[in-house]
Design a binder for this molecule. Sequence first.
Ligand SMILES: *Cc1c(COP(=O)(O)O)cnc(C)c1O
Length: 387
Amino acid sequence: MNSSVYLDYAATTPVDARVAAAMAQCLTMEGAFGNPASTSHHYGQAAATLVDKARAQVAAGVGAGPDEVVWTSGATEANNLAIFGVAGYYRENGRHILTARTEHKAVLDPCRELERRGWRVTYLVPDRGGVIHPDQVAAALQADTVLVSIMHVNNEIGVVQDIAAIGAICRKHGGVKLHVDAAQSVGKCVIDFAGFGVDLMSLSAHKAYGPKGVGALLVARCGVHLQPLQFGGGQERGLRAGTVPTHQVVGMGLAFELARAAPPSEAERVAALRERLWQGLESLGGTMRNGDAKQSVPHLLNVSFAGVEGESLLAAVKGRLAVSTGSACTSAVQEPSYVLRALGRDAVLSESSLRFGLGRFTTEADIDTAVELVIQAVSRLRRISGL
Ligand SMILES: *Cc1c(COP(=O)(O)O)cnc(C)c1O
């Protein structure tokens, strides 16, 4: 396993060793294992102190206040809480939602479910580079629109949307809440929850060297209400009942702090690696880069290879190179990427694409190995198919 090159950081990242150590401290008798809600004794208080610290760490990394952080099990739950929470609370105000075709399934599936329950959903189509233009949002708002849900960084193509401009439009419209899925953004680009004018924002730890199974929904302290999805002990201001998992949130807090502490040179390093990867693959000919390169994070490269099938390509490099054809969540179903289809790629090219996710541990040698493996595989597959 360790002999293969890992270029699937957009699906998940390893946990930073410092994060793992801090998490372990919260689990045992000697550590802060107490229930953070049991503040009648020292054990609970010690845990509550760590949870507060983690809340501040997460908030500081994304331009929010600690009191705006609601812990969840990940970005999927945060998206569900935001979408069903707004739809439920404001159901008398209107039943129209605005989102985009290129959103993650954890946004699209809740929207589909709301359609089954009688809401109307508009799915904006991005331009060929994957960009949703703010004026598209302005044009699609209706009198009864209650929610706009547009992601920050796309998980398949890395394109960054202009959330500040979309936020300004939603503010002007009045009454409409803006939710942003920012699961892919931490450590890759600036997130300014308050400055963007966002009401709700979903975060995840495991895309940023934290553990799987924890995330948060940022809920702006003014102007937005949610109908909770689960009821119980009233934790998280009643918005998300259930015992807060100290070790998980401590891991997320430290991961976000480490992401914030990374020097700007790290983004430059990753950008240089991505260009090296693209130039290597481009030499094959018949390659197409997906997603607007000028408006994307440096950590993702999505390439279509004419004349080969993505699944065959994946199979040919399997064991040596960990990449994927699209998002991890949909790759069990072998259908062409709906994100690439939304960019106007035909079904054939959408099926012959690979997503390369670069990260903190990616080296130049990894890139060179990946280029070599993919060039060999594509050349062989093209020879076989006679193209
Ligand atoms: C990974 C991801 C999710 C899901 O996050 P989990 O924490 O794994 O539930 C949602 N949206 C985007 C854009 C993602 O990349």
